[in-house]
Ligand binder design. Structure first.
Ligand SMILES: NC(=O)N[C@@H](O)C(=O)O
Ligand code: NI
Length: 166
């Protein structure tokens, strides 16, 4: 059986089961620095303290997958959240499924960011590794360093094929 995933626009409400949308639009903010700066405050929480984890900041330089592609696997980070913020105003794809012991193809949700949004996957949320849309697309990553296995992967058999195309 083959199903083609529908691309959804990324909104805070739609993404709530999976984590946070990191954006200025519609976000709480207030003036600081004597009125010269707007602070868009606590857009997401960095949840990495399980098993004495520590928050780290990295940069990913990613290459796009050829489109359309068949979803072969998903991963999750059971010990920490993971945030992706595109360094340029570049949209990217976000493929997620709710936390749980496994992933059914019909639980997959595919979002397209508007170029001014990042995402913070909550701990344990299934997601596809970063899905860049441009060559050498760079992302600022905020996630966990520390002991323990923080990456579970799940591979789909060829029975139910889910295709991503935009
Ligand atoms: N492996 C790694 O650091 N990146 C993945 O977790 C990912 O979500 O891209
Ligand atoms: Ni990840």
């Amino acid at each position: 059986m083959l199903s083609v995933l529908k691309v959804e626009p990324l909104t805070k409400a739609a993404f709530k089961p999976f984590g946070d949308v990191i954006e200025t639009e519609g976000s709480r903010h207030f003036l600081i620095n004597n009125g010269s700066t707007e602070r868009f405050h606590r857009l997401a929480d960095v949840d990495v303290s399980a098993a004495q984890g520590e928050p780290i900041i990295s940069i990913f330089r990613a290459q796009p997958l050829p489109m359309p592609f068949t979803v072969k696997m998903m991963e999750r980070h059971p010990l920490g959240s993971q945030a992706f913020i595109s360094r340029g105003e570049e949209p990217f794809l976000v493929l997620v499924a709710p936390p749980g012991d496994s992933v059914n193809g019909d639980q997959l949700r595919l979002f397209l960011t508007n170029g001014r949004q990042g995402v913070n996957y909550s701990r344990g949320v299934w997601h596809h590794p970063v899905l860049a849309l441009k060559p050498d697309q760079e992302f600022i990553i905020i996630d966990r360093a520390g002991e323990g296995n923080n990456c579970d992967e799940i591979y789909f058999d060829s029975g139910h094929q889910t295709v991503v195309e935009i």
